[in-house]
Design a protein around this ligand. Structure first.
Ligand code: S3P
Length: 444
């Protein structure tokens, strides 16, 4: 992405938001579908792929590793993969742009093929921790040949021939970390086990099963899971349908709650319980979110949600809920700013290592616009009021979710809110501006 030229954008009050929209495909499932398709011999198809920049970087990386991927005129992606452990040595560095998910999952997948690959990304991705994935992958036999300080990008990895199957307990709740180990474990002769103290999104496990791998997931402790993958499966080509991304739906949904008089329906939003902590929290705050219809869409449950503007009240959000809404705190903080009373969000340490330091960026965004916020340890405390001043420019720090959250705030604040750069929204939510405008939002 060209970061030299900034693309500012301003959101201001207009009329109520109204209409029925479908947000793009889920980012997590999109990355995984491409990677698993690339590891499968035969034709995999993917419908509803998120064609945002993050996922397109993963597609390009899979091509560089020897898989064939093409998008048909019908919007269907067709993938002819190389088989487990079959990646070819890429002749160019693999560029993952802004995407932590893309790079961490690909590092795991490459760790199971005996090839050498260099991984890189933009200035934001180069700051993010990769040691957490390298540690277990080195135990499995992959070798880091070169990396920037602290295990950061750019890094060069040599994958293992016959990786060693391990039992791994991640030190942080991270679906990317779990997935990297499982993807490397595909090539291992035996069982790879990941024991999570806190269950994280399970799309890798679900998709592995969909591609014919043997995966067993059992409850572990109060909130955890023990996941065991049988290595060296013959993956079977699959048809994947990507449901609408609940993390993207969160933005028009909160906008509809805080812009007076709004009535918006969001179609076919994935309701996987490991992704819907925000929805639970908003309902506790008094949000009117009605489930109109539910159905199964390619192995994930989806629902049409009707959202109407609602008076909100502050709540306590427990730390145990964080993995199921880890990407939603910036937009929850905006909802909390418009709620009556105090919202305390606990256990947000992982927000410090997202596309930006999201804990600091969220607090700065709110403070600049007249909202009282405190950070105490790993908790964020927002003092809400039904009216928010607005009027400031928000620094987005190359972070799509800070940009979208700030713009949603501007739709309901007294003065417009401007973001310094809206370009990164395209990493996860291409068409965000057009979709919001179609509901009546004033974005210019
Ligand atoms: C993701 C996992 C989460 C999340 C990210 C997508 C995934 O990251 O923040 O947007 O698809 O596995 P962590 O694994 O770092 O928690």
């Amino acid at each position: 992405m060209d970061t030299a030229v900034l693309t500012p954008l301003t959101a201001g009050q207009g009329g109520p938001l109204q209409g029925c929209v479908r947000v793009p495909g889920d980012k997590s499932i999109s990355h995984r579908a491409l990677i698993l398709g690339a590891l499968t011999v035969g034709e995999t198809t993917v419908a509803g792929l998120l064609e945002g920049e993050d996922v397109l970087h993963t597609a390009a990386a899979m091509r560089a590793l020897g898989a064939h991927l093409e998008r048909g005129g019908d919007g269907l992606w067709r993938i002819h993969g190389v088989g487990v452990a079959g990646f070819a040595q890429p002749s160019v560095p693999l560029d993952f742009g802004n995407s932590g998910t893309g790079v961490r999952l690909a590092i795991g997948a490459v760790a199971g093929s005996p090839v050498t690959a260099t991984f890189d990304g933009d200035a934001s991705l180069r700051k993010r921790p990769m040691r957490r994935v390298l540690d277990p992958l080195e135990r499995m036999g992959a070798r880091v040949l070169d990396c920037a300080e602290g295990g950061r990008l750019p890094l060069t990895l040599h994958g293992a021939r016959d990786p060693i199957p391990i039992v791994y307990e991640p030190p942080v709740a991270s679906a990317q970390l779990k997935s990297a180990v499982l993807l490397a474990g595909l090539a291992a002769p035996g069982e790879t086990t990941v024991i999570e103290a806190e269950a994280t999104r399970d799309h890798t496990e679900r998709l592995l099963k969909h591609f014919g791998a043997k995966v067993v997931s059992r409850p572990y402790g109060e909130h955890g899971r023990r996941i065991t993958l049988q290595g060296q499966p013959e993956l079977e080509p699959a048809n994947v349908v990507v449901p609408a991304d609940p993390s993207s739906a969160a933005f028009p949904l909160v906008a509809a709650l805080i812009v007076p008089g709004s009535d918006v329906t969001l179609e076919a939003v994935m309701t996987n319980p490991l992704r819907t902590g925000l929805y639970t929290t908003l309902r506790e705050m008094g949000a009117k979110i009605e489930t109109l219809a539910t159905r199964d869409d390619g192995g994930e449950e989806v629902a049409d949600l009707r959202v109407t503007a609602s008076p909100l009240k502050g709540v306590e959000v427990p730390a145990a809920r964080a993995p199921s809404m880890i990407d939603e705190y910036p937009i929850l903080a905006v909802a909390a700013a418009f709620a009556e009373g105090t919202t305390r969000m606990r256990g947000l340490q992982e927000l410090r290592v997202k596309e930006s330091d999201r804990l600091a960026a969220t607090a700065d965004m709110l403070r600049a616009n007249g909202v009282e916020v405190a950070i105490e340890g790993d908790d964020m405390i927002v003092q809400g009021k039904p009216s928010v001043a607005g009027g400031a420019e928000v620094t987005t720090h190359m972070d799509h979710r800070i940009a979208m959250a700030a713009l949603v705030m501007g739709l309901a604040s007294e003065q417009p809110v401007r973001v310094d750069d809206s370009a990164f929204i395209a990493t996860s939510f291409p068409g965000f501006v057009e979709l919001m405008r179609s509901l009546g939002a004033d974005l210019a």
